[in-house]
Design a protein around this ligand. Structure first.
Ligand code: ATP
Ligand code: MG
Ligand code: MG
Ligand code: MG
Length: 439
C-alpha cells in the first residue's frame, strides 16, 4: 500500500473526548470513527487489524472443531418469547417493528436463534457433538457506552454454541473452547486469565471470564501470580483427548482467580502476600455451560442410543473482537504510539522514503516495496512528500513492527536503516540484506 493513495486520516491533536489511551490512539491513527453514540465505523487501518484478530479467532475455533455459519443480526421477537427472555432482557435490547408491525430486535446474542436452527435439523445423538459459531455484529443499548469500541453499543462478537447429549459431553465441549481461548489470546499477544464467573441459577464451576489485566479495565479482579507465566496449550493439542483437555482445564483453574462478583476474601487473604495480585481487568471473552436452559423451553431434543428423546446440553462461548483491538493497545503502547504485536499489525513493514522525489531514494524504496510485497508481506510505503520527522512520528504512532528508513546519505552507499518499533533498536545494512532479513 502506498500511503499517498491510502486513506489513513491521522489527527494532529489528541481528541478531547477520549479518556483512555487506546481510545485516543484509535482516533488519532484514524482506525475508527464514531457515527453516533457507541456506534463506530472501522476505517481502513482499523479494519486491517480487526481482520487479523478475526482470522486468529477463526483459526483457533476451527482447530477446536467449531463450525462457522452466519446468522442474521435482526431477529424475530417470537423466538425470544419462546425462551422467556423477551421481557427479561430489558432496556439493553433494541426493539424494532417492521412494516407489518411485527416485533423484531437487533440481536444482543444468539442462543435462541441457534437453538432454533439446531432443533430444525438435528434429531439424533449420532450428529453430536456439534459446535456452531459466527463472527457477527451485536447490539446492546448499553447505559454507558464508553472508551471507544471497548464498550460500544454495536460491536462484533465471536459467539459459539455447543450441543451435546450429556453433561459430560458438554464439559468436554467446554474444555475445547477453554483451551482454544488460551491459544487465541496468546496469539494476539495477550495474557488472558480465566476467572470464575457467576453461573446464576445453573450453578457448577463452568463459567469463566477471560480477563486481561489493565489499569483502565472496568472489572476489579483478584488472582494468584502464577497466571502470569503459565504455559499455553500447543498447536499440537488434541481436542478429542478428553483427559488431556481436562488436565489443561484443571491446571488453569487450580489457583485462585476471581472478579469482584465472585471474590472470596478469605481464600484470597490466605495466600502469601507476595503471590497475590489485586488489579483491574478487561473482560475479553466469556464461556458458559448452561445445560438445558434453552433446549427445554424450545424443545431441542435428540434421540439417544437408548432410543429415547433427550434434551441437549448446551454452552455458549463469546469473544469480543472489537473490544480486543483496544485491549491490545492498552497492553502495548508507549508515549509515541501503538506497538502492535506482529500477529495483528496492520502492516508488517513500513518503508519510509525520507526524500520522496529524490531519484535514488525513490528507486531504493520501490525496490524494497516490490520485493517485500512479492514475498507476501503487508508493506506500507510512505511515499508522501511530508517532512522526514513527520514520517517517523507517523510510523511510530501507527505502530508497524519494523521500519525501513531510506535516506539520501545511506542510499548513496547502497544502505538503509532498520528500526524495531518495540525496542527502538536500529541497524544499518545493504538493501539486499534488508530484503533478505524481512522477506
Ligand atoms: P460486560 O461485562 O463488559 O458488559 P458481558 O458480560 O455483558 O460484557 P458477554 O455477554 O459475556 O458480555 O459477551 C461476550 C463478549 O462480548 C464479552 O466478553 C466482550 O468481549 C464482548 N462484549 C460484550 N459487551 C460488549 C460491548 N458493549 N462492547 C464491546 N464488546 C462487548
Ligand atoms: Mg454487558
Ligand atoms: Mg461481564
Ligand atoms: Mg460476560
Amino acid at each position: 500500500m502506498r500511503l499517498s493513495r491510502y486513506f489513513m486520516p491521522i489527527l494532529k491533536e489528541n481528541p478531547k473526548e477520549a479518556e483512555i489511551v487506546s481510545h485516543r490512539l484509535m482516533l488519532r491513527t484514524g482506525m475508527i470513527r464514531q457515527q453516533s453514540q457507541g456506534i463506530y465505523s472501522w476505517l481502513p487501518l482499523g479494519k486491517r487489524v480487526l481482520d487479523k484478530v478475526n482470522a486468529i479467532i477463526r483459526e483457533e475455533q476451527n482447530r477446536a472443531g467449531a463450525i462457522e455459519l452466519l446468522m442474521p443480526t435482526l431477529q424475530s421477537a417470537e423466538l425470544w418469547q419462546e425462551s422467556g427472555r423477551y421481557d427479561a432482557y430489558g432496556k439493553e435490547m433494541l426493539r424494532i417493528k417492521d412494516r407489518q408491525d411485527r416485533p423484531m430486535l437487533y440481536g444482543p446474542t444468539n442462543e435462541e436463534m441457534v437453538t432454533d436452527i439446531f432443533r430444525s435439523y438435528v434429531k439424533s445423538y449420532k450428529n453430536l457433538p456439534l459446535n456452531l459459531y459466527h463472527i457477527q455484529l451485536k447490539f446492546r443499548d448499553e447505559i454507558r457506552p464508553r472508551f471507544g469500541t471497548m464498550r460500544s453499543r454495536e460491536f462484533l462478537m465471536k459467539d459459539a454454541y455447543s450441543f451435546d447429549l450429556t453433561k459430560e459431553g458438554a464439559v468436554h465441549s467446554y474444555n475445547k473452547m477453554f483451551a482454544a481461548y488460551l491459544r487465541t489470546f496468546n496469539r494476539l499477544g495477550l495474557r488472558a486469565i480465566p476467572m470464575r464467573a457467576d453461573t446464576g441459577p445453573i450453578g457448577g464451576n463452568h463459567s469463566h471470564e477471560f480477563i486481561i489485566l489493565a489499569d483502565t479495565g472496568e472489572s476489579e479482579v483478584f488472582c494468584h501470580k502464577s497466571f502470569l507465566d503459565r504455559s499455553i496449550p500447543g498447536e499440537d493439542t488434541d481436542f478429542d483427548d478428553v483427559a488431556g483437555l481436562q488436565a489443561i482445564f484443571e491446571d488453569w483453574t487450580k489457583d485462585y482467580a476471581a472478579t469482584s462478583e465472585m471474590h472470596d476474601e478469605a481464600v484470597y487473604d490466605a495466600m502469601p502476600e507476595g503471590e497475590r495480585i489485586s488489579a483491574r481487568g478487561i473482560e475479553v471473552g466469556h464461556i458458559f455451560y448452561f445445560g438445558t436452559k434453552y433446549s427445554e423451553p424450545m424443545g431441542a431434543k435428540v434421540q439417544g442410543p437408548d432410543g429415547k428423546e433427550h434434551l441437549v446440553h448446551m454452552g455458549s462461548y463469546g469473544i469480543g473482537p472489537t473490544r480486543l483491538v483496544p485491549a491490545i493497545i492498552e497492553a502495548s503502547h508507549d508515549e509515541n504510539g501503538i506497538i502492535w504485536p506482529e500477529s495483528v499489525a496492520p502492516f508488517d513493514v513500513v518503508v519510509i522514503n525520507m526524500k520522496a522525489g529524490d531519484e535514488a531514494c525513490d528507486a531504493a524504496s520501490e525496490t524494497l516495496y516490490a520485493a517485500l510485497a512479492k514475498a507476501g508481506k503487508d508493506v506500507l510505503l510512505d511515499d508522501t512528500d511530508d517532512r522526514a520527522g513527520t514520517k517517523f512520528a507517523t510510523a511510530d504512532l501507527i505502530g508497524v513492527p519494523v521500519q525501513v528508513i531510506v535516506g539520501p546519505r545511506g542510499v548513496a552507499n547502497g544502505e538503509v536503516e532498520l528500526k524495531n518499533r518495540k525496542t527502538g533498536e536500529r541497524e544499518t545494512m545493504t538493501i539486499e540484506a534488508a530484503i533478505n532479513r524481512l522477506a
